[in-house]
Design a binder for this molecule. Structure first.
Ligand code: UT7
Length: 334
């Protein structure tokens, strides 16, 4: 039976760098507050003249495919994780398929927010295990800056999020003990409204669904109850990492590199302490990109790859938590 290995990883971030001091000019915030509470120093914002979720994803995908030593036409299926698709529908998966000129291949979109990339890996892994496909592109890409409120009302959310794209090629392999060892997926919809964008929701009357008042109000923007999300995140992250270790008969000492969803540096540092991991075993790049939701893990993996941290035999644990609530982990032997 086949299993899947990550054979290439790539990323793309928009050129425009937005620093904490840039945000100080737009709202009552400070570099000191943002740095202390989140670890973020800067993030990237898209250029509406140039960047789309799908074309950023295409750039990340081309890098991943090249690093996998494959040709674009070797890709047989696309799994696209995003909560900020270019259109309300269809999903960005078909737009990426068009960008890459991969005529007729299947695509699916995943909307599990921060854990979307791990959900995508899991879906692709199942397709490969059944023998249905040999090379699948798994993408996480977001343009969130157009959704943020750049004022005091939105400051608790807007200072955190950024734009970017990451992609991985999953390929079928017979190499026993390598590749994706397991994935673990969870949700708890009781907390859906703790981190969400409410409008324009389809279950509203036509008059309520879209009107001028609505567009000026907060319900079309990302709402986050940061404290609640934080408290649940630290618990679920630990649980789901432990679940992945237990499923494979490993302990935390076996982890070579933890790549957590880049939600908040305080969360990553908390996990590092709880798991007694050294600094070098927890990958962080939130300082440079903020929280890029579904894109954060593949961007981090792509940078870790470029830094030579994903050498043969490295045991990598991915873990994520976010809107839904939804949380997930994956254990991967490179
Ligand atoms: O990726 C999806 C998962 N997301 C997360 O995991 C995010 C989890 N939550 C967080 O990271 C944190 O809750 C935040 C970074 C969002 C907020 O940090 P916090 O330490 O929980 O701050 P807080 O919301 O309790 O606010 C503390 C104070 C408040 O003022 P008062 O009431 O104490 O006077 C806020 O109004 O900080 C104020 N505040 C700000 N001050 C300056 C909120 N946002 C800002 C801001 N700049 N941007």
């Amino acid at each position: 039976m086949y299993h899947s290995e990550i054979t290439g990883i790539g990323h793309y971030v928009p050129e425009r760098i937005v620093t904490n001091s840039d945000l100080e000019k737009l709202m009552d915030t400070s570099d000191a507050w943002i740095t202390e509470r989140t670890g973020i120093k800067e993030r990237r914002y898209f250029d509406p003249e140039k960047d789309t979720v799908a074309n950023m994803a295409a750039k990340a995908s081309r890098m991943a495919i090249e690093r996998a030593n494959l040709r674009v036409e070797d890709i047989e299926f696309i799994v696209f994780a995003t909560i900020t698709p270019d259109y309300f529908f269809p999903g960005s998966g078909v737009l990426l398929q068009r960008e890459l000129e991969l005529n007729g291949i299947g695509t699916i979109d995943i909307r599990n927010a921060c854990s979307g990339f791990i959900y995508g890996l899991s879906v692709a892994d199942q397709f490969i295990k059944t023998g249905m496909y040999k090379n699948i592109l798994v993408v996480g890409a977001e343009i969130q800056s157009s959704l943020l409120e750049m004022n005091n009302r939105g400051r608790n959310v807007s200072v955190i999020f950024g734009d970017g794209a990451g992609a991985a090629v999953l390929s079928a392999s017979n190499n026993r003990g390598k590749g994706i060892l397991s994935t673990h997926l969870h949700t708890d919809g009781r907390f859906a409204e703790e981190l969400y964008v409410k409008d324009p929701g389809s279950s509203r009357s036509p008059e309520e669904r879209m009107n001028k008042e609505l567009l000026d109000g907060p319900s079309v923007r990302a709402h986050m109850n940061g404290n609640t999300v934080f408290k649940h995140a630290v618990v679920r992250f630990q649980e789901v990492i432990q679940e992945a270790l237990d499923a494979n008969g490993y302990t935390r000492e076996n982890i070579d590199l933890l790549v957590p969803h880049q939600a908040n540096l305080r969360i990553s540092n908390y996990l590092k302490e709880q798991l007694s991991l050294s600094d070098s075993k927890v990958y962080n790049n939130i300082m440079r990109y903020g929280n890029t939701t579904a894109a954060s893990i593949p961007i981090a993996l792509s940078e870790a790859w470029a830094e030579g941290l994903l050498k043969e035999d490295t045991l990598v644990c991915l873990a994520a938590f976010g809107s839904g609530f939804s949380w997930a982990s994956a254990l991967i032997r490179f």
